[in-house]
Design a protein around this ligand. Structure first.
Ligand code: FEO
Length: 174
């Protein structure tokens, strides 16, 4: 059984993950309009991932007899200054999510809610991986630099990451 405070905090996390999914979907759409197919596919994948993060919490709240709240949709930005600025924004959003997960962990700990504490462990690992991935992408983007020709290489790099991640998922599914 969740405390009212914990239920509210988990519902806020649902909204944060949901917004991330919509923000990344908007980024995928912008990349597509810019002709950046690899980047668009990458952001579509990230958007789907965030949706699954949202649903994982949604189902958890139900499972422990709480009431998951379907969040309202806030309009994400439609355009981005550059691919590098967009990726930086993703990284910053992930840091915000990590911070929020850590606050949830502290709350669960304070309430001795060991079931939620255990449930949140997955998110701690996931956030560590997501932040590391975004940092490594930003490092490579900085190395490649910006400008019309660099965009081609950034897009190729993101497509390469799509392929690596898809291969890893396929191997996991076997
Ligand atoms: Fe679910 Fe990437 O935060």
């Amino acid at each position: 059984m969740l405390s009212t405070k914990m239920e509210e905090a988990l519902n806020n996390q649902i909204a944060l993950e949901g917004y991330a999914s919509f923000l990344y979907l908007s980024m995928a759409s912008w990349c597509d309009t810019e002709g950046l197919d690899g980047a668009s596919r990458f952001m579509h994948r990230q958007s789907q991932e965030e949706l699954s993060h949202m649903m994982r919490i949604f189902h958890y709240i139900s499972e422990v007899d709480g009431h998951p709240i379907t969040p309202s949709v806030n309009q994400p930005p439609l355009k981005f200054e550059s691919v590098r600025a967009m990726l930086q924004q993703v990284y910053e959003h992930e840091q915000k999510v990590t911070n929020s997960i850590h606050k949830l962990v502290a709350l669960a700990n304070g309430e001795s809610d060991f079931t939620t504490l255990h449930f949140l462990q997955w998110y701690i690992d996931e956030q560590r991986e997501e932040e590391a991935l975004m940092r490594s992408i930003l490092d490579r983007v900085k190395l490649i630099g910006e400008g019309p020709q660099s965009l081609y290489y950034i897009d190729k790099e993101l497509e390469r990451i799509n392929e690596v991640e898809e291969a890893a998922e396929a191997a996991e599914a076997e």
